[in-house]
Design a protein around this ligand. Structure first.
Ligand code: ZN
Length: 163
């Protein structure tokens, strides 16, 4: 850690705009709208070593929740488990209710809760792809600080790029 790094940290703290509600990163570390689904990784409330892959399909609103080893979630008894509720809550914080509702093709009335407007059934969905993308996402967070280009990040617009 050098003095430049410390100064940069202080600046960045001052500039961060507080979210409306704190995003519960610890409980839902990964959320995405992809493959026609709202899907993500949700930590177990009781066991920090266990995570669930939860998903809701756009259109049909079929839902699924399983462990990262593809075991069905014990909380799914004909209706969405706590992890699916956590996933929906995190998605609304991250993308906004309008975008999530549009993606899933669901009408959410004023003041209504997204999950209560879904009427899908439980339908097993493979979670392995979601989980492997989550691990890739984590590997970027764990990269050491560097100013060297990272090949996989090239699609981000470069700062000060010549147009
Ligand atoms: Zn679950």
């Amino acid at each position: 850690m050098n003095t430049d790094g410390a100064a940069w940290e202080q600046r960045s703290v001052a500039r961060v705009v507080s979210p409306v509600q704190p995003r519960k990163l610890a409980s839902v570390p990964f959320v995405e709208l992809a493959d026609g689904r709202l899907q993500g990784v949700v930590s177990s409330g009781s066991d920090i070593a266990r995570v669930y892959v939860s998903s809701i399909t756009a259109g049909t609103h079929a839902f699924n929740c399983s462990t990262n080893n593809n075991r069905p979630c014990g909380g799914l008894r004909g209706s969405p488990c706590k992890h699916l509720h956590d996933l929906a809550g995190a998605a609304v914080l991250q993308y906004g209710l309008d975008q999530v509702a549009r993606y899933l093709h669901v009408e959410v009335g004023d003041g209504a809760d997204l999950m209560s407007c879904l009427n899908g059934r439980h339908e097993p969905t493979p979670g392995a792809m979601v989980f492997s993308r989550f691990l890739r996402h984590l590997s970027y967070l764990e990269l050491p600080d560097t100013t060297e280009p990272i090949a996989e990040m090239h699609w981000f617009p470069a700062m000060g790029a010549v147009r």
